[in-house]
Ligand binder design. Structure first.
Ligand code: AR6
Length: 231
């Protein structure tokens, strides 16, 4: 499942096949012993138009930095299509580094349906959100708030009303939440990345010195948030 040859590039197909094999042992352990796994979208690279090549460097750099701090936990970069450029770039760059491909890999699928449709159990997912932490707006933010229903909005409000670029907030999901009971997701981590979209307010006006610094901070905040859940 999820590894259809329909439009798949070799790299992404291999990535999903690798995932299929790497999840065999945790699946045998029973539902309470699943390997802690964070699924995250590429922050800022769609609606916020951050350069894909620069973003892929930052993702690989931050994954390499955090993997040793995360025990046996896994980091999975997710995107919707087999043709995803960011997945291909990250996969190629990660393979050049001394990174355990069982603990950091890419996966094609909808982040709100990874277990039910992709067979990949991730107990934590990240959301590329907006500064108001509001539902809607398109992209992964709209998808996650829609799939989680009003429970996520309520649980988010308890933690924060707004978010600064480069910051993340960890939100525990109540067991009544559909994402919790159907997908096994116990936490959503909202992350706000730098906005490079010239058509949106508060964009960084193509300043990649600031933008790259903020994207690094965003991944640091995200992975530290995941670390706090795992410990
Ligand atoms: N599952 C997996 N990945 C997804 C999904 C999904 N359901 N939907 C999108 N992606 P974006 P940004 C991928 O635009 O650039 C929103 O309106 C997508 O292909 O969601 O940080 C917010 O409210 C891309 O690789 O986030 C903000 O205002 C990645 O997720 C703004 O967009 C991020 O794309 C944030 O823009």
């Amino acid at each position: 499942p999820g590894a259809s040859s329909n439009g798949a590039t070799n790299t992404t197909r291999e990535a999903n096949e690798k995932t299929e094999s790497s999840r065999v042992s945790p699946a045998k352990l029973g539902s309470t012993d699943v390997v802690p796994t964070l699924a995250f979208p590429s922050i800022s690279t769609a609606d916020f138009q951050f350069d894909l090549d620069k973003a892929s460097d930052i993702i690989v750099e931050k994954a390499e930095e955090f993997l040793p701090k995360l025990g046996n936990a896994r980091l999975v970069l997710v995107d919707l299509s087999h043709g995803s450029k960011i997945l291909s770039l990250v996969k190629a760059k990660a393979s050049q580094k001394n990174i355990d491909s069982e603990r950091f890999f890419t996966f094609v699928g909808d982040i709100t349906k990874l277990r039910s449709e992709g067979g990949l159990h991730c107990n934590v997912i990240a959301n590329a959100t907006n500064w108001r932490l509001k539902a809607g707006g398109g992209g992964v933010n709209a998808a996650i708030f829609k799939a989680a229903g009003p429970d996520l909005e309520t649980a988010t409000r308890v933690r924060a009303n707004t978010l600064l670029p480069g910051k993340a907030v960890v939100v525990p999901l109540p067991s009544t939440c559909p994402l919790h009971n159907a997908e096994g997701i116990t936490h959503v981590i909202h992350v706000l990345g730098p906005n490079m979209n010239p058509n949106r307010p508060d964009n960084l006006n193509n300043d990649y010195t600031k933008g790259s610094k903020t994207l690094r901070e965003a991944y640091t905040s995200l992975f530290e948030g995941f670390q706090s859940v795992v410990q």
